[in-house]
Write a protein that binds this ligand. Sequence first.
Ligand code: IMP
Ligand code: MG
Length: 181
Amino acid sequence: MIEKDIEKVFFSKEELSEIVKRLGAQISKDYEGKNLLLVSILKGSVIFMADLMREITVPCEIDFMCVSAYGNRTEASGNVRIIKDLDINLEGKDLLLVEDILDSGVTLSYVCRMLETRNPASIKICTLLDKPERRKSNIKADYAGTFVPNEFVVGYGLDYAEKYRNLPYIGVLKPEIYENN
Ligand code: IMP
Ligand code: MG
């Protein structure tokens, strides 16, 4: 059982569902009549993306991109590598980047700069969680589900060493889990 490794729950399944509904309604309103393309940044945003897209009522396309920030498990280092690029031509599309968490912002600012060169009509950011205290680059979420304090969280897509993504809620791990690594 993965639940035994969780010290406290930050956002329950029900709270997450409320947050995602609210974001979906706002996005549906703002993107009416536009060419919405949802871009999920793998792997962390996969659950959020799957739930969010079902709360969006305007036509949209989806695509996936996988990037990896070099560095240790809990710190992004600033070097970003593209593991899987988008398949769709971005020209004229209104891109909405769907992220699990905006932390230092290093990953997303790199991704935004790269995608801007492909002439989309617009690029915006929708993040489920925002940790503004940790920001290193000049980037802001256009849509943020909720703020989190400066603690490492897991679940609902977010991992620690590739585990805990399948927890249906978001929580904090017991300290001994990190100590044992
Ligand atoms: P950033 O480049 O520092 O903004 O963060 C890049 C990625 O680090 C996020 O998309 C997450 O995948 C991961 N990350 C940052 N903070 C956390 C956390 O608290 N839990 C799990 N993953 C995190
Ligand atoms: Mg991520």
